[in-house]
Design a protein around this ligand. Structure first.
Ligand SMILES: Cc1cc2nc3c(=O)[nH]c(=O)nc-3n(C[C@H](O)[C@H](O)[C@H](O)COP(=O)(O)OP(=O)(O)OC[C@H]3O[C@@H](n4cnc5c(N)ncnc54)[C@H](O)[C@@H]3O)c2cc1C
Length: 582
């Protein structure tokens, strides 16, 4: 329902909240930050700023059918790091990944203790569905985390969108934002702040995107738009590996999960000729065990080669397994079962068609995000990152994002013990309030651009010129230059964007944030003049791996000039072994 807009800035009340620890984004990682912080220091003031409602927000909102990483007795933190390293072409922050792996099981076992149904095998161990994944009945996953965070004593501000950090004396002392239901401007002053806003969806046009009927049909939660990255970029934080984009193979026309069928039930990916794609074309790279980017990209290569459509071959499933698989889907994407039913599709007779997704920036799957130290502090003192917002540690998923939350909480507690808050910078606060409400105060007669129009233009531009799915993820220098130039034009046109209600005001800020992330992303894509991860990052003008780029690509945007500086950091190997082998 459309909420009422203020008529002038004077109509907008400002609410000031003081806290010790501010968590921006009460998702998977954010809830774990709160729970861990309150457990370690019960008298700490912990506050969560959440754009949606923490009971059903973020990537896990709709439920999950698996926790993708758990270290069984036959594995070790080191073997998880080795596997994770191999899945992303040998480029991860091993220090972070190892520290994450060391607390991963504790995070997963906490979920078990709080009542998450985790399936068990005949020996009473967690039931595995792959080397690292365990099966869950995860429809209640998010409510369980949210209830624990609230029971621990965290104060939650639901439906409050973070728009910028409060930066004073070169350090982060909180954040600002607005209420999408109450139209208040919020100022949170905090000794330490953790960004856990998830990844960035909607930078690129989705192949299942129709403006009116399925605008939000994406693999990723469409409301995670990269705001955490954007507020970090604007504050001058260092970003790492944004060019390591994530694309997923999805069921076509619906964007349903593929791994639930292909990994859990062993159904191979096939092309229209019935060939098993992974073993036919990627046997030398491990076949079905080939790195994740190749698996996700494989169906699109078949399309290009004239061997499409592509499918997951469910026709050899027993009736019993077909039923069990649908039960799993009911835990993660229930509407997919309805989709199949609406088509009258019997999956044991007709295989499920698959296709690629639009690209995302998501540090839970790849290494994109804030450059952080072992305490998960960014290069802006007082600002920490957790979950998908934190870079360097791919393949975190549910358990790893939770572990990251625990580690960020511990780091933040260490930091805030010595942190004092300076007097509030009222100039900064008033400037941000004016910026936030500007699209809403342009007046009913204003003839400008709606957020949706701006978003569509940006997504088409990124899709066509910065390696979206319409171009089979391919890009070259000239197209990237074009994309950069036109992102700049769109940024200039933000002044013409208007909002007719508070929901649209939120959408306006979503586009503004996406434009900032897209701009820095293009700089990263331009810098990596090689093809390291086909599909995630395919440079037609540099089709080979360049050994000189066996390093991290980093960026920082100047707070005053807006200039983006791109540079590298060397790779540091800690866990012995061939980096390309699991
Ligand atoms: C479709 C899908 C399926 C997946 N399947 C699995 C699986 O089966 N197993 C597995 O282990 N992992 C899976 N994952 C991965 C896993 O769910 C995520 O990596 C992890 O949950 C992300 O945690 P997070 O805390 O970083 O982000 P989230 O849990 O998404 O939390 C981000 C939070 O920030 C809030 N937020 C965003 N912007 C703002 C703002 N401006 N102001 C305030 N709040 C904001 C959001 O509303 C949200 O609550 C899947 C992910 C997706 C998208």
């Amino acid at each position: 329902m459309a909420a009422k807009l203020p008529q002038s800035l004077a109509d907008v009340p400002t609410e000031l909240v003081e806290t010790d620890l501010l968590i921006i984004g009460g998702g998977n990682a954010g809830c774990f930050v709160a729970i861990e912080a309150k457990e370690k220091q019960p008298d700490l003031w912990v506050t969560i700023m959440e754009k949606a409602h923490i009971k059903r927000s973020g990537a896990t909102a709709a439920g999950m059918d698996a926790i993708n990483t758990y270290i069984s007795k036959s594995e070790s933190p080191e073997s998880l790091v080795r596997w994770s390293r191999s899945q992303v072409g040998g480029l991860i922050r091993e220090d972070l990944a190892l520290s994450n792996a060391r607390v991963l099981n504790q995070a997963v076992e906490s979920l078990d203790a709080w009542g998450l149904p985790i399936l068990r095998d005949e020996n009473g161990e967690y039931k595995r569905r792959g080397r690292w994944d365990i099966s869950i009945h995860g429809e209640q996953l998010k409510p369980i985390m949210a209830e624990r965070a609230q029971a621990a004593g965290a104060q939650v501000f639901n439906r409050v969108v973070a728009t910028n950090l409060l930066i004073q004396d070169g350090r982060c002392v909180g954040a600002m934002g607005f209420g999408v239901r109450d139209s208040k401007f919020y100022v949170f002053r905090a000794k330490a702040t953790v960004v856990s806003t998830g990844g960035a969806c909607g930078l690129y046009r989705s192949p299942t995107n129709d403006a009116t009927s399925s605008h939000h049909q994406t693999w990723m939660n469409p409301f995670n738009v990269g705001s955490g990255y954007a507020i970090g970029i604007r504050a001058g934080a260092e970003m790492t590996s944004l060019e390591q984009r994530w694309v997923a193979a999805r069921t076509k026309d619906f964007c349903g999960p593929v791994d639930t069928v292909s990994v859990a039930y062993g159904c191979p990916i096939i092309n229209c000729k019935g060939e098993e794609i992974m073993s036919a074309r990627y046997a030398h790279l491990g076949g079905d065990k080939a790195p994740r980017y190749l698996r996700a990209n494989a169906p699109m290569e078949e399309w290009l080669a004239g061997r499409a459509p592509t499918y997951i071959d469910t026709t050899k499933l027993s009736d019993e397994n077909a039923k069990a698989m649908k039960t799993d889907l009911l835990n993660e994407r229930p509407s997919f079962v309805l989709f199949l039913a609406a088509r009258g599709q019997n999956i044991t007779e007709e295989p499920v068609e698959i296709y690629g997704s639009d690209p995302y920036i998501v540090g839970g799957h790849t290494g994109s995000g804030f450059w952080v130290d072992l305490d998960r502090m960014s290069l802006v003192p007082g600002l920490f990152a957790a979950g998908e917002a934190a870079g360097g540690t791919p393949n975190k998923f549910v358990g790893g994002c939770a572990a990251e939350g625990m580690l960020a909480a511990r780091g933040a507690i260490k930091y805030l013990e010595a942190a004092n808050l300076p007097a509030l910078d009222k100039v900064q606060v008033e400037a941000e309030k004016a910026r936030v409400f500007a699209p809403a105060l342009r007046g009913a007669e204003f003839d400008g651009v709606t957020p949706l129009e701006m978003e569509e233009r940006m997504q088409r531009l990124m899709d066509e010129y910065a390696g979206g799915i319409a171009q089979f993820y391919r890009m070259n220098e000239e197209r990237l230059d074009y994309a950069l130039k036109h992102i700049g034009i769109l940024k200039d046109q933000v002044q013409y964007m208007y909002a007719r209600d508070l929901h649209e005001l939120m959408q306006a800020h979503e586009v503004i944030d996406r434009l900032d992330v897209a701009e820095v992303l293009i700089h990263h894509l331009k810098f990596r003049k090689e093809t390291r991860w086909t599909g995630w990052q395919t440079r037609m003008d540099y089709p080979e791996v360049d050994p000189k780029l066996d390093c991290f690509v980093e960026s920082r945007r100047d707070r005053e000039t807006g200039e983006v500086r791109v540079f590298t950091r060397p790779y540091e190997q800690i866990v012995p072994g061939d980096r390309m082998k699991p």
